[in-house]
Design a protein around this ligand. Structure first.
Ligand SMILES: Nc1nc2c(ncn2[C@@H]2O[C@H](COP(=O)(O)OP(=O)(O)OP(=O)(O)O)[C@@H](O)[C@H]2O)c(=O)[nH]1
Length: 325
């Protein structure tokens, strides 16, 4: 049996950060990773930096989540390749759901599909809750609440930024063991040790399925932005300010790799979760040698062309100002 752990948590909670850390630990490096990303641009592979063979990006055009059938096929294909020696042997599978995913269909697939059940066993659901923005996400987004309700273990992230919203978490899930960790520095043994599914899980899943229509925040969408030419850091800063002013709390998540004019040979990793822009990080080199900025914005009712048009206007203004000086 191949143990499968589902790692979930709302947009920007720190799932990729955690996986990157866990996979650097030699004791857990023999894990296969399936990342379910929402939107047209896939970035997590570049950020997790796990080997090509053990990584599957299950991108989806649907906000909802990884469809049951897709997940079943992905897990069985991977297991067949493992049995045939086409991929290095792996000891477990970690599934990172999209931040907007309802984990219930994934759990259904693992618990009810006969072929999957014969080869894979659900080892647990690890839910991440952001100490800084988790309380807001839990009150506004049904997806975030369902992720906490289904958790076997809860990891509060970013406790360096704010006090964990423990009361809001406990109101949804009074029993799951809870710990906090900065930058994914959690004990993998605690996080990933198989947890028997709680007795009430089938009833909880059935109840959730019954109210499936209410499980998503209405009006959510992802906007992708790609560009060849490097961008002045000033234009990027002004663009972020403009987006935040325009969208306010409707801007849920922004992430991307950006070529800055000041340092185009290395990609800057841009991360924002709601109004909080995290400090820029840098990768050592451009993944695949392709020097092209890629950005993904997830928000509620943000006009599709607004981010690109705002960026073009700001860039023109910054260039004109530079020419005047
Ligand atoms: N200060 C602080 N920042 C953190 C911590 N954990 C993660 N972050 C930052 O939070 C941002 C989002 O982290 P990710 O790991 O990309 O979050 P995610 O859940 O994978 O995001 P999505 O897949 O887009 O939903 C990044 O800038 C991380 O560096 C933490 O404990 N403290």
């Amino acid at each position: 049996m191949i143990p499968v752990t589902v790692v979930t948590g709302f947009l920007g909670a720190g799932k990729t950060t955690l996986l990157r850390r866990v996979l650097r630990d030699p004791a857990w490096a023999d894990s296969a990773v399936i990342v379910n990303e929402f939107g047209e641009i896939s970035l997590d592979h570049d950020l997790i930096a796990v080997s090509e063979e053990r990584f599957v990006s299950a991108a989806t055009g649907c906000l909802c989540c990884l469809a049951r059938d897709d997940l079943t096929r992905t897990l069985l294909d991977l297991a067949a390749q493992r049995a045939a020696g086409a991929v290095p042997p792996y000891a477990r599978v970690l599934i990172e759901t999209s931040g907007l995913a309802d984990p219930a269909p994934v759990l259904h697939a693992l618990m009810q599909d006969a072929a999957l059940g014969a080869t894979h066993a659900l080892a647990g659901v690890v839910t991440l809750v952001d100490a800084a923005q988790g309380a807001a996400a839990l009150s506004r987004h049904p997806e975030a609440r369902r992720q906490v309700m289904l958790a076997d273990r809860i990891l509060v992230t970013k406790p360096d930024l704010a006090t964990p919203p423990e009361a809001a978490i406990r109101a949804l899930n009074p029993v799951a063991p809870l710990r906090a960790a900065v930058q994914g520095a959690a004990e993998p043994g605690w996080l990933l040790a198989p947890a028997p599914p709680p007795e009430h899980l089938p009833a909880l899943l059935a109840a959730m399925q019954a109210e499936a229509a209410a499980r998503h925040t209405p009006g959510l969408g992802a906007i992708a932005l790609e560009r060849e030419a490097p961008l002045p850091a000033l234009a990027l800063t002004l663009w972020l300010q403009g987006l935040a002013e325009h969208a306010g709390p409707r801007l849920l998540r922004l992430k991307g790799l950006v070529a800055l004019t000041e340092c185009p040979e290395r990609p800057a990793v841009l991360q924002a979760v709601q109004h909080l822009v995290h400090p820029l990080d840098w990768l050592d080199s451009w993944p695949g040698g392709e020097r092209r900025s890629r950005l993904m914005i997830i928000g509620e009712r943000i006009p599709r062309h607004f981010p690109a048009r705002l960026l073009a206007a700001i860039e023109a203004e910054v260039a004109a100002e530079a020419a005047r000086r």
